[in-house]
Design a protein around this ligand. Structure first.
Ligand code: FEO
Length: 395
């Protein structure tokens, strides 16, 4: 059942988004808590809507808007980001307010034209441009690649309110709208997963965006997914700063798949060795762990050990898929180790090594590649190698 509660987030600024309770996959990323698409309606001399919702939640958004104002009175629709989870309702909305102007970045205009194949009443804004809507003057700052080249933020100095679209988002479907209504543990987990799977490749651009935002007076950050930050802004900015600089915790992550158990035995022997050094280690089997959850572990792990047996002269498809995803997300500054087993051929280990070298990871210890089953000595050696990997780097 659609919930139509409108929420005033600041005087005369309303959350009018949509809640996607049942979404479990967002372009390949598992969203076990669903998500929201947040749109914000600003009631001023010129009525302004910032972003919209995914097309199938249009009715929910328009119902919320109608509780506040007649949609035909909307003057401006700000599109901070072309991706259709935020712009997918613009055309339908324009049927209600045909004279409204769509405000977007240069690349935003190009992207929206390519999507909609229609002539809209666009107004392009550059980074640093402003727009007076009555009591408020809105500021626009481009933040390319956070998440797409077209991305920008809208800022209202009078309200000390930042509307940064995807940045600072989390995929959580909830009736709560604010960070002090949900446990920080849940928020941190989902904000981390979101950053790791969506924003990680763009650390340098995130740093630039953070630098710009540091100059602004902000007491509320209202992203386009999940909850609004008002009590934990310091916490989330601190996490973003750490992630943007590819900082990790001193802990290890072992990711593997196995055919007949040999590679798995090596994985557990390596873990034993690492545990003896006193640093935490997480083990993830690709057979039963979603890769978007593993990437959430990748973002905080300094040591990452990857294992696959050789099958058909190459690595297992599960590891191939994971590495394709990892390569795209480009985590930096990691210490790696590769391990595996084989009956003949034995190519998997070399192929994994090649990808980690492309990522410029440090591989200070030789890989393990065992023929058939590891015996007791092999496992003792694997344990020793796990310990050595950590000790070399934690002198
Ligand atoms: Fe939430 Fe890049 O869209």
């Amino acid at each position: 059942m659609i919930k139509l509660k409108k929420v005033e987030v600041k005087p005369d600024i309303y959350w009018v988004g949509g809640i996607d309770w049942n979404l479990r996959n967002f372009h390949g990323y598992s969203t076990r808590r669903g998500t929201t698409y947040n749109a914000y309606l600003i009631i001023d001399k010129k009525i302004t809507l910032v972003d919209t919702v995914k097309h199938y939640l249009f009715d929910e958004m328009i119902a919320r808007i109608k509780e506040i104002v007649d949609p035909s009175k909307i003057d401006y629709i700000i599109s901070n980001h072309v991706e259709m989870d935020h712009s997918g309702s613009i055309l339908k909305l324009l049927e209600n307010c045909p004279n409204a102007t769509v405000i977007t970045s240069t690349r935003g205009e190009k992207g929206l034209r390519l999507h909609f194949k229609k002539e809209l009443n666009f107004k392009v804004v550059n980074s640093g441009d402003t727009l007076n809507i009555g009591k408020r003057t809105l500021h626009f700052v481009h933040i390319p690649m956070v998440h797409w080249p077209d991305s920008m933020v809208t800022y209202s100095p009078v309200d000390k309110l930042l509307l940064p679209n995807d940045a600072f988002g989390q995929h959580i479907a909830t009736e709560e709208r604010f960070d002090d209504e949900i446990e920080w543990g849940i928020l941190k987990e989902e904000a981390t997963k979101y950053y790791a799977n969506i924003v990680m490749p763009y650390g340098d651009q995130v740093n630039k965006a953070l630098e710009t935002l540091r100059g602004l007076k902000i007491d509320m950050i209202a992203p386009s997914h999940g909850i609004i930050w008002r009590s934990l802004i310091t916490n989330i900015v601190k996490e973003y700063t750490k992630w943007a600089n590819y900082e990790t915790d001193n802990k290890a992550l072992i990711v593997y798949d196995s055919m007949w158990g040999s590679t798995e035995k090596i994985a557990y022997a390596l873990a034993e060795g690492i545990e003896e050094t006193g640093i935490p280690v997480n083990i993830r089997n690709l057979k039963n762990t979603d890769i978007s959850d593993i990437i959430t572990d990748v973002i905080s792990s300094r040591f990452i050990l990857l294992g696959s047996p050789t099958m058909n002269n190459t690595m297992l498809p599960s590891m191939g898929g994971f590495l394709t995803y990892l390569k795209g997300l480009r985590p930096r500054n990691r210490i790696g180790l590769v391990f595996g087993s084989y009956g003949w051929g034995g190519q998997a280990v070399g192929e994994i090594e090649k990808i980690l070298k492309e990522l410029q990871w440090d591989l200070p210890v030789s890989s393990i590649n065992l023929n058939y089953l590891p015996d007791q000595n092999d496992l003792i050696n694997a344990k020793r190698i796990g310990k050595k990997l950590v000790k070399i780097k934690n002198k």
